[in-house]
Write a protein that binds this ligand. Structure first.
Ligand code: PEP
Ligand code: MG
Length: 593
């Protein structure tokens, strides 16, 4: 109790978006983005000199970027991100920024004022973009604009490389160039007011393996230099002014996480097998090329869900057959010959892509999304099928269709797939005509007719993220009904059981690729339900494998039998919890698994 009291009087908790996991305890190093920017009108005869001053700043910015690139290019973990610096150099040549600023200077504004005006216009252009990825690229333009402004105002270049030891960098925003330059031996964490999950800074922080929380909104105005601060990059929690008790608690957690990571390392090369000898395939869910390294590190047995949406994001035109073919082949290369399940475009619902024909819909989750969209935009679909099939000529590729709700849909997919195979064969292009075909089980109708669907395909993959949403009628992205989004709901258990039974009766395999697959607490239940494979965020694989190797399928089946008698999710959850504590007290009695 005393501890709680201490907490409420001393600790200040802030919650942002945890984008790079890990715990850091250190001292604030506040990067000041505030420097005086003077804006004024100039005389007509000063215009040429002002444009010259601006051009000089542009050249200087390009030199800075080149210098940063040279400085960090020796760091292997950053190599694949160097393109960001090239993008910034390209922005420095872009007429929308540079040309427009020069035009604004000609209206007798000084360079700072002209540049700020142009940046403001560009920002509002970006803000109207629906595609999240593309919208976040606004930050690249902002970063370049900021660099130019600093040069124009004579402010020093922001140097993240020269910070004190054990620093937690706190900044309004961090550009990728600033993030790349950090000295990892000195910087323990990053905190920013701005930023989102897909911002470059977030991606870089993960590559650097530095805990980071972004989107904290006002952190820069709440902290002081050298103040002690705790960062939890997993949960997004930041604690200012932590009490000694809280520091001790987090130090313990940190130690525990390090010990866990060490223990889990040992699981990398072990087989995913239960104590009664049942093999479960543990695969990774991936969407970006940069994640493949992570997949290797955690010892996945293949890619169980390759989300192809990412290839379509951040662009006005869909990717060509050649671009997709290259991406799929590169995925095959990167995963070293292990099988890859490529899911065709799952667009619509909560995933928007600029440049594709998606109307505003009153109810997008139930609208023209996923396979419905592909079947309507058949040309686009055929291009993707050609690319996937051609990749299947290069390595073990399986194809999977999202959000199937009836037999007619999968038959239509298979008909088009067959036509595309014939087309490729006639063109003499290599492909696997017997490519394994699977569907995602994500809708209640698919569960109810699973025995029919199982006759049509080679495998099922249950997308529990959507399945839970549709079964329980709970929008997966709506925080007001989040309390109802419940994987332990007895209806979900039954749905999973029905799907597994239907798959096995037809002699096909069934796996789960929703988030549920990566939660160690559910592993025993999922084995007991009869799942043959689990596909998850690669970082979850070692933890799930550890549970798997300590339990038997028989124990899982006994638990499921018990759970199916329970009417409420509360009872289901309590029973699973209790069972896991009994079976694996070491793992489940500890606060952080
Ligand atoms: C799912 O719905 O569980 C799934 C894996 O697909 P996504 O999250 O991409 O909709
Ligand atoms: Mg889904």
């Amino acid at each position: 109790m005393v501890l709680e009291k201490n907490r409420s009087t001393e600790d200040i908790y802030l919650v942002g978006i945890g984008v790079s996991p890990g715990i850091a305890i250190g001292q604030v190093n506040l990067l000041d983005h505030r420097y005086p920017v003077y804006e004024f009108f100039i005389e007509a005869d000063e215009i040429d000199a002002e444009i010259e001053r601006f051009r000089h700043a542009v050249a200087q910015a390009a030199t800075q970027l080149q210098r940063i690139k040279e400085r960090v290019s020796g760091q292997v973990h950053l190599r694949e991100h160097l393109y960001i610096l090239d993008t910034h150099k390209l922005i420095l040549e872009d007429e929308m920024l540079v040309g427009a600023t020069e035009t604004a200077i000609r209206t007798q504004r000084n360079a700072e004022s002209a540049l700020r005006q142009v940046l403001k216009n560009l920002r509002s252009l970006f803000d109207n973009i629906e595609d999240e990825y593309l919208r976040e690229r606004r930050s690249d333009v902002d970063a370049v604009g900021e660099r130019l402004l600093r040069i124009l105002c004579g402010a020093a270049e922001q140097l993240t490389s020269r910070v004190e030891k054990e620093s937690i960098i706190v900044a309004h925003d961090l550009s990728p160039a600033e993030t790349m330059q950090v000295d990892r031996s000195r910087v323990l964490g990053f905190l920013t007011d701005k930023g989102g999950r897909t911002s470059h800074t977030a991606i870089l922080a993960r590559s650097l393996d530095i805990p980071a929380v972004v989107g904290l909104e006002t952190i820069t105005s709440q902290v002081e230099d050298r103040q002690t601060i705790i960062v939890d990059g997993e949960s997004g929690i930041v604690i200012l002014n932590p009490s000694t008790a809280t520091i001790n608690e987090y130090q313990d957690r940190k130690k525990h996480l390090a010990q866990l990571a060490q223990e889990l390392e040992d699981y990398r090369n072990l087989e995913a097998v239960t104590t009664d000898g049942v093999r479960i395939s543990l695969c990774g869910n991936l969407e970006m090329e940069s994640e493949f390294k992570l997949a290797h590190k955690h010892g996945v047995e293949g890619i169980g869900l390759y989300r192809t949406e990412f290839l379509y994001l951040g662009r006005q035109q869909p990717p060509t057959e050649e671009e997709q073919f290259e991406a799929y082949c590169s995925a095959l290369d990167k995963i070293g010959g292990q099988p890859i399940t490529i899911r065709t475009l799952d667009i619509g619902g909560d995933k928007f892509v600029a440049g594709l024909n998606l109307d505003d819909e009153a109810n997008p989750a139930m609208g023209l999304r996923a396979i419905r969209f592909s079947l309507q935009e058949e040309n686009l679909f055929r291009v993707q099928l050609r690319a996937i099939l051609r990749a299947s000529g290069r390595g073990p590729v399986r194809i999977m269709f999202p959000m199937i709700s009836g037999v007619a849909e999968i038959r239509a997919c298979k008909r088009i797939l067959r036509e595309v195979i014939t087309e490729l064969e006639q063109e003499g292009l290599a492909c696997n005509p017997d490519i394994p075909v699977g569907i995602m089980i994500e809708t209640p109708s698919a569960v109810m007719i699973a025995p029919f669907l199982a006759q049509e395909v080679d495998f099922f993959s249950i997308g529990t993220n959507d399945l839970i949403q549709y079964f329980l009628a709970v929008d997966r992205g709506n925080q007001h009904v989040a309390y109802l989004y419940d994987p332990f709901h007895p209806a979900i258990l039954r749905a999973l059981k029905m799907t597994c039974d239907a798959a096995h009766a037809a002699g096909i395999s069934v796996c789960i690729c929703g988030e549920m697959a990566g939660e160690p607490l559910y592993t025993l239940v999922l084995i007991g339900l009869g799942l043959d494979g689990l596909s998850m965020n690669p970082s979850c694989v070692p933890r799930v494998k550890r549970v798997l190797r300590h339990v038997s399928k028989q124990q899982g089946e006994a638990l499921v039998e018990k759970l199916l008698q329970l009417p409420t999710s509360k009872e289901v959850s309590a029973t699973i919890d209790q069972q896991m504590r009994v079976l694996l007290p070491d793992l489940f009695a500890r606060p952080l698994l």
